[in-house]
Design a protein around this ligand. Structure first.
Ligand code: ADP
Ligand code: MG
Length: 539
């Protein structure tokens, strides 16, 4: 060996190896977990996030917090992925999943300090993760699909502590009704439920509407406000002459020519509206623009029209009214129309909305959320989505588990029993996995201002004496049978959270070399210990 340095990579590539790589990654992952930790459970706190443009988001939702934070560190980004997967797979449990991954890594550090090799820890964690899935399935309780009361309790558990608190009985009613209504032999397609928001009135005025509600008003007040027996044309072309995509130049040299040109424009619009009228449509939803003259002509023909309807709303309308979106005028005919019993413009506070009710497809539903400010409404929307996700997950598998940390304590207990049969080092890893699961009740207690150690000790002793559903009830601050206390969650939240948390923890543990290109960008060091503003310098 010589002292001479051999350069393998360009200058702007930074490298961390062995222990340094491991510890930096674990630290970053733990920091992410610490961020969301304080929001867990009904007594968790909210976070206020302010974007560079000054937009404010106030939330308790793990995935929303992490997405808004624009995290850069590569290992920390993997943690954000856990939350995203949890969100798409279940729609709830994002905080739990991220926290669990952080705790698994924190506990792995204890073993690394004892000189246990990361691959051994990874193997132990893998065994523990697989065993947990087995145990979870054994412990899960079966519900029948028509057990609406339990479904409502599941929705309520999902929404506790999320700003939806005051109206959670009503919301859970809406959620269960909505999910039941869209369920058919093909299963449950959440896309059949549209969520629309309206400022004004209180959150208790939130309602479930059979049909579609659009955040649009009719383009002219001279149009009818209500149309019965609506024949709906879904139009994907502009009802105007000017085509902004083509840069046209017209040279005009005399007043007659100008008049002729204007007449020509008028004729084109008249022709367009005439064809719409002739097709028999009395309502149009247009994805593009409708110009003033066309608005005037349409009102004269007593046609109700909305413009610039978003593509996703157009698709929902097509599904709900059994209509087809038409791309050019010649296709417009009754065959392509959608139908609904009533189209009506309704004003709520400062918002004007269009209701399309009595649709051909009864599965089209809208949950119309009311609230005083947009921040309130957005947080309610997230709470309702959690509730929807949990109720759907419960119906799909028919399996539920007790919340309030009950299931985590029982799984931990059984994992410890299982670990007895393993060899020394793996046994230690499985034990650390088990104690990581206990972070759920521990944090629930901590966030509620209870003594976490006392709570955990009592929970463990109650489980040791055979009370396998004993959990922390934060309404009464007592350890109770969580099912009887109506704190119920779908099994899927837990299987998914444990799965992705252990996958990511194992993946991070196995990294012993980070080779990062900064791409010549100054000031960005993806491997810096900590994150910007967190008081730690560059590595
Ligand atoms: P996540 O993003 O992981 O869903 P939440 O903030 O929604 O995080 O908290 C979920 C946790 O709160 C679950 O462990 C659940 O069992 C627990 N929980 C919900 N309601 C209660 C309650 N009334 N008492 C105790 N724990 C509760
Ligand atoms: Mg939740």
């Amino acid at each position: 060996m010589t002292d001479k340095q051999i350069v393998l990579t360009p200058e702007d590539v930074q490298r961390l190896m062995g222990k340094d790589a491991q510890r930096t990654n674990i630290l970053a992952a733990k920091m992410v977990a610490d961020i969301v930790k304080t929001t867990l459970g009904p007594k968790g706190m909210d976070k206020m996030l302010v974007s560079p443009l000054g937009d404010i988001v106030i939330t308790n939702d793990g995935v929303t917090i992490l997405e808004e934070m624009q995290i850069e560190h590569p290992a920390a980004k993997m943690m954000v992925e856990i939350a995203k997967t949890q969100e798409t797979e279940v729609g709830d449990g994002t905080t739990t999943a991220v926290m669990l991954a952080g705790k698994l890594l924190e506990n792995a550090e204890i073993l690394l300090d004892k000189k246990i090799h990361p691959t051994v820890i990874a193997k132990g964690y893998r065994l523990a993760s697989e065993k947990s899935q087995e145990i979870l399935k054994e412990l899960a309780l079966r519900i029948t699909p028509d057990d609406d009361e339990i479904l409502r309790q599941i929705a309520m558990t999902a929404m506790t502590g999320k700003g939806a608190e005051d109206a959670k009985e009503k919301f859970s009613d809406i959620i269960v009704k909505a999910v039941k209504q869209i369920q058919d032999s093909n299963g449950i397609d959440i896309n059949n439920i549209k969520i629309e928001k309206s400022k004004g009135d209180g959150i208790k005025d939130t309602s479930l509407i059979s049909g579609i509600v659009l955040d649009k008003d009719r383009v002219s007040i001279d149009m009818p406000q209500v149309v019965e027996n609506a024949k709906i044309a879904l139009i994907d072309f502009p009802i105007e002459v000017k085509n902004p995509e083509i840069d046209t130049k017209v040279s005009i040299s005399s007043p007659e020519q100008l008049q002729g040109f204007l007449d020509q424009e008028e004729r084109t619009i008249k022709n367009l509206v005439g064809k719409i009228k002739a097709s028999g449509a009395n309502v149009i939803f247009c994805q593009k623009g409708i110009d003033d003259f066309a608005q005037y002509l349409l009102s004269r023909e007593r046609i109700y029209a909305c413009r610039r309807v978003s593509r996703s709303d157009m698709e929902k309308l097509a599904k709900a009214t059994s209509g087809k979106i038409v791309g050019n005028l010649n296709e417009l005919s009754e065959r392509e129309f959608g139908f609904s019993q009533r189209v009506e413009e309704i004003k709520h506070g400062s918002d004007t909305l269009t209701y399309i009710t009595g649709c051909k497809n009864p599965k089209a539903l809208t949950i119309l959320i009311h609230g005083g400010t947009s921040h309130v409404i957005d947080e309610i929307e997230r709470a309702i989505k959690d509730g929807l996700g949990d109720v759907i997950a419960s119906l799909k598998s028919g399996l539920i588990v007790p919340g309030g940390g009950a299931i985590e304590i029982e799984v931990a207990k059984r994992l410890r029993e299982y670990s007895q049969g393993l060899s020394g080092r793996e046994q230690l890893a499985v034990e650390q996995f088990a104690s990581a699961l206990e972070c759920v009740p521990l944090t629930l207690a901590e966030n509620a201002g209870l003594d976490p150690i006392d709570t955990l000790t009592e929970l463990k002793s109650r489980h040791d004496s055979g009370e396998k559903n004993a959990g922390l009830n934060l309404f009464t601050n007592k350890i109770e049978n969580a099912i009887e206390s109506k704190i119920i969650e779908p099994l899927k939240i837990k299987t998914q959270a444990i799965n992705s948390a252990s996958d990511v923890a194992i993946m991070i543990l196995r990294i012993d070399d980070v080779i990062a290109s900064t791409g010549g960008k100054k000031g960005i060091n993806p491997m810096a210990r900590g994150m910007p503003g967190m008081g730690e310098g560059e590595y």
